[in-house]
Design a protein around this ligand. Sequence first.
Ligand code: OSB
Ligand code: MG
Length: 386
Amino acid sequence: MKIERLELRLLELPLVHFFETSFGRVDDKHFILVRADSDGTSGYGECVADIDPYYSAETNETAWHIISEFIAPRVLGVEFAHPRDVFPALKAIRGHNMAKAAVEMAAWDLYARQRREPLWRTLGGVRDRIASGVSVGIQPSLADLAANVERELAAGYRRIKIKVKPGWDLDPVRTIRERFGSIPLMVDANAAYTAGDAEHLARLDDYGLMMIEQPLDYDDIAEHARLQRRLKTAICLDESIKSPDAAREAIAAGACRIINIKPGRIGGFGESIRLHDLCAGYGIPVWHGGMLESGIGRAANIHLSTLPNFTLPGDVAASKRYFSPDLIEPPIEVAADGTIAVPNDYGLGVSMRDDRIERATRRRATLSAGQRHSVRGGSSAPAQAV
Ligand code: OSB
Ligand code: MG
């Protein structure tokens, strides 16, 4: 497989509803879409960086810069035997996993399409439907929260996750338990607490949560290990797990009992498979996280979720919770039993709505081996062959 050209687009799509976490509220999704072209076939990768560096250090601007100036020259015109070879070829570039993942995942889609097989098969998946959960953002009131949870349960979702932060934690959890009983329920703090909150967090032990996701700092393994010893509830790490090695360290330290896998956070599908396999070896269940992706990134998440150790429902929900309309056709839908069918056409297996992608485009660049790229409406950086 040889990528001849990379097209980058910065897209802006309005969200159906705002989404609020402990680090803020978003009304619109801004993201980079990568298209990798070879021999008349294209593969797609959605970058999960955001406009601000609050979930991780990366932003759309850093990803654009790193892809254009450092990643493109290392992949354009290079013959790769397999897309798992792309991430190692980027080893000289420290960090910037979201930028790397966007290109690496486009390479996997391209490779699967060229081999005329669905991506789940290329990745080593074993199931044709995946279990779907939802992530419910911080709400203006407990009544809004209850109404949201009621709607998602009625739609069939297999588990509810709510975002929490200091001042929005015990009351929301108690409200849901009182209204909806023993439904599969978990919370995600996005690093909003500190070690001094251990006693407070231990009060969540009374509510039978499946897990508490990333209660402490985005980089902290040692304090999570201390907190896990104090809690009955399982800790799941998200932000802290930036590589399979970080997971090995966290598991050895007892910092978590569950891990959330997001390919963007660890550098793509190749690293996600390594992380998945490593967790399976330790008996640590994994589930697929979400980053409010469009249908393109959502389809990628569905394919990866078919690997055997994804045994818990993921944050991979229907298109219509986020975008109306989505960038793909047909949109991702959830069946009444809370499962999503895995697309079975070649590659990602979904059709791009080029008209909608074009309408959402705010900036575009084309990068080719040994050529300066052509730019429309913004930043320019050279892509050179190495
Ligand atoms: O921590 O899982 C997270 C969204 C943006 C950034 C971080 C997270 C999330 C979600 C939403 O929880 C999951 C989704 O529905 O895509
Ligand atoms: Mg999370």
